[in-house]
Design a protein around this ligand. Sequence first.
Ligand SMILES: *Cc1c(COP(=O)(O)O)cnc(C)c1O
Length: 370
Amino acid sequence: MKNSFLDNLNKGVLGLEPYEPGLPLEHTQKKLGLSKMIKLASNENPLGASPKALAVIQKHIELNRYPDGNAYDLKQNISKKYEVDLNQITIGNGSNDLIEFVSRCFLGEGTNAIYSQHGFAIYPLAIKATGAEPIKAKAKNWGHDLDLMLNLVDKNTKIVFIASPNNPTGTVKNLKEIKDFLSNISDDIIVFLDQAYFEYIEGSEFDIPFSLIKEYPNLVISRSFSKAHGLAALRLGFCISNPDLADYLNRVRQPFNVNSLALSSGIVAIFDKDHIEESIKINESGMKKIKLILEKFNFEYINSFGNFISFDAKQDSDKAFQFFLERGIILRSLKVYEMPQHLRVSIGTEEEMDFFLQILEEYEKDLLSK
Ligand SMILES: *Cc1c(COP(=O)(O)O)cnc(C)c1O
């Protein structure tokens, strides 16, 4: 029998490809019958969640009550920590939620939004779902080509998505590049700057201050609690924007889009300096180690400012992915990102990195023997 209602789907929704998450650890391990398996596929924090957040969750959460729909306490703390006004803040169910709010506010049939080749996969999904046209700008040296993105703007363009650092390439833009872009783009177009990996960036030239929004009211900057704060499972993010825009973002948001556990955790995790510093430290040493080994075996990698690194596996990335999987490591094949030979590996604990490096050595030997 034919489900005739499918003919009535929004055209944009009809054209969507499902997002493919990293393989789930336990299920995959059971399926393959391996005694040991690690997951380095989703850029999660190997240190775990902020201990302060864990403590607060175990204390007193009333599951029978609706969460605070206005996220009063979390907004207070975000405002305090980042010196932004309360009316500039929008809280999201993960920062993915914020990408959807902005898309729903500005996009629809007859409009378009620009994103970069090898850019975060959620942008084209969110754009298409509204019926708008996603315009992909060819990347330059794996990163966003901001000049090209500017040139692709036409009268129907409503949003440009920029990720810095970008996932899966780890490339960044410095303050000057972002400022030049903002100065040259028409101020009726939203520039959405995704900074999910902000905490990991090394180098002050890449700091994009929220105060820039006063000068460029069309700029939106998003942050996530999923990476350095280790709260990916709870789904929590926020964005800072011009207050007039925040007002509308908060209107399209579901009234209780963020749950109580996420809110209570975010309130303390944002000030859990020890955990953030320790997370950055583990990342730095893991990154250093992995780069050395990739160089030793002549694997070309893309210099990354996030908590992951993507490298050329010297053969079809699905095959390479399979090699690691069968030996107990879940990585990410980057075929869907138009990177047919690249694998992305998240930086794990020291122990996880040693295991990865051991399998990488086996992988290299296997390549040479062919
Ligand atoms: C992981 C990631 C996010 C975070 O998404 P959440 O919904 O906050 O978990 C956002 N942008 C990019 C580029 C990412 O890689």
